[in-house]
Design a protein around this ligand. Structure first.
Ligand SMILES: [Zn+2]
Length: 150
């Protein structure tokens, strides 16, 4: 399956995968495009990019629920707003994406060091056109990203 199948087919596949834990929101894409999917047991939403970007943190933007505890929800919402602010400030390159993942601007630092009990444990940037993943085994502000070719 690839994006030529369309968001509906990709989402239909995701909905067949049993959910364990908190329902996910994630970005699906390849070298031709990308979109965000939010899904739970009962519903799903597809968010297409605006101005060439789609941001995802730890809360649903399009779906009404389920909700996380308010402290975590608030932390996720300010990080989301921060992403919408800082991503357009720079070029759309893998290097810039890695820099954004190590961002500490407040409110809404992307790299978490205990805010609301949240800690960034790993970070990665997927670059379909390079068939590569840049992976940081730890906080992206402290450890270098290593490139893995697929
Ligand atoms: Zn950090």
């Amino acid at each position: 399956m690839d994006l030529t199948d369309g968001p509906e087919e990709v989402t239909a596949l995701l909905l067949r995968i049993p959910i364990s834990g908190h329902p996910p929101n994630l970005v699906v894409g390849d070298e031709r495009g990308f979109f965000a999917v939010e899904y739970s047991t009962y519903e799903y939403a597809v968010r297409k990019p605006r101005d060439g970007m789609v941001a995802v943190t730890n809360h649903f933007v399009s779906l009404s629920g389920p909700k996380r505890p308010e402290e975590l929800q608030g932390n996720s919402k300010v990080r989301y707003k921060n992403l919408l602010r800082i991503v357009p400030e720079g070029p759309r390159t893998p290097e810039r994406a890695m820099e954004v993942l190590g961002d500490h601007s407040e409110p809404g630092a992307i790299c978490q060091h205990g805010q609301a009990g949240m800690h960034t444990s790993v970070a990665y940037v997927v670059v379909p056109s390079e068939r590569a993943i840049y992976f940081a085994y730890g906080k992206p502000c402290r450890v270098p990203f290593e490139k893995y070719e697929l």
